[in-house]
Design a protein around this ligand. Structure first.
Ligand code: 13P
Length: 255
């Protein structure tokens, strides 16, 4: 397998952190630290921070993403944001199906699929999250679950649109816990995701899809994780809120 066929993408997921003013300050601090990176650099920020983030990132190699998107184009969906609204605001990426949304906000494999279709139709790149809980891992369901979530998320996605898809393997037990998957576990999980894509679209296509690892990735462990053949960068929570730590991860993926 040739890793050079794929883009490494380091994406921050700020979750519910940073006000618009803090957004401007943090991106201004990050810009010089990540300039010239040999990987894509993305910051997925709260909706309200998007204008400040787009403005602050102008002229730099940082691209801006959102953390969710609704699947309808418009209508009576109070509190929701459409893909076209994001596009017009300068957003290029959107996180879909994060485990926190699955756990706390009723996100299902079906709504993940609908959001994914809406995002790519609008020209956004979807960062689709999959991952097993500790209980599912201990019961031996990791492979089955990752393949099922991946295939469900990609239902009706055409092969030619896979360049607008990134899958992030985020074991639920590793998110925000400080417990990182070992490089071996991350590589294996990402490998299951790639196999699922190969089962539907063929191996050649699957080899071109960017698959990130996420879950307590930090400045200390990024090197080892992103060196793995199936790990094409990362989706970073806590460490993306610190300019210095985030830039170390970006540098690890640029090697
Ligand atoms: P942490 O890096 O804080 O564990 O979060 C990972 C994550 O959920 C990224 O989407």
């Amino acid at each position: 397998m040739d890793k050079t066929k794929r883009n490494a993408v380091i994406a921050g997921n700020w979750k519910m952190n940073k006000t618009p003013c803090e957004t401007t300050a943090l991106i201004n601090e990050m810009k010089p630290l990540v300039a010239g990176a040999d990987c894509k650099v993305v910051l997925c920020v709260p909706f309200i921070d998007i204008p400040a983030a787009v403005e602050a990132a102008k002229g730099s190699n940082i691209e801006i993403g959102a953390e969710n998107v609704h699947f309808k184009a418009s209508g009576a969906y109070t509190g929701e944001i459409s893909a076209q609204m994001l596009v017009e605001s300068g957003v290029k990426y959107v996180v879909i199906g994060h485990s926190e949304r699955r756990q706390y906000f009723g996100e299902t494999d079906q709504t993940v699929n609908l959001r994914t279709l809406a995002a790519i139709q609008a020209g956004l790149t979807a960062i689709v999250c999959v991952g097993e809980t500790l209980e599912q891992r201990e019961l031996g369901y990791t492979e089955t679950l990752l393949k099922f979530q991946t295939k469900m998320a990609l239902t009706n996605v055409k092969a030619e649109d896979l360049n607008k898809i990134i899958i992030a393997y985020e074991p639920v037990w590793a998110i925000g816990t400080g417990v990182t998957a070992s490089a071996q576990q991350a590589d294996e999980g990402n490998g299951f995701v790639r196999e699922a894509i190969a089962e539907v679209y063929g191996k050649d296509v699957a080899d071109t899809v960017t698959i990130q690892y996420g879950g307590s990735m930090n400045a200390g462990n990024a090197d080892e994780l992103v060196a793995k053949i199936n790990v094409d960068g990362g989706l970073i929570g806590g460490a993306s809120l610190k300019a210095e730590d985030f830039s170390v991860i970006v540098k690890a993926a640029s090697k």
